[in-house]
Design a protein. Sequence first.
Length: 162
Amino acid sequence: MTFKPASLVAVLSVSIGIAGADGIKLPPTKEGLWETHSTQTQQGKTVSDRSVKMCQSKELTKSMQSNGEELRKRNECTSSVTQSSTNTYVEESRCAKGPNAGSVTKVVYTYQGDTASHTEMHMNVGKSETVMIMDAKYLGSCPAGMKPGDLIMDGKIISGGN
């Protein structure tokens, strides 16, 4: 399972969905242009290594949280979230349905203020393990003409559909 642009946004939606889980309140992040570098490995082999820039807003973050929560409900995922330190959250989840049925996922989110984060996701389905590492950093205001949800990949702006 290699993450394409749309599925990268889906992964971000699901991971952002923890905000409503277990009453955990995540730290706020700045609105504007964010760059996320992600590396995905399967069975120890790199299958994807890319950077994506995304224009973000509070409304988009709320929408992504909602989408993540809906996806979790649809796939009958249960999860628990703990706050292991002031800026680190650990989520463990299991899904009964969907493309990752039977999966066990552990995600560690580490925030560096409101301008950077580091996420490590380990998903096990059977004997197969997928690891995704994402480092996100705030770059500044969104460029003119970009709206929340728009992506910049390979130098091209891709509309987020908003």
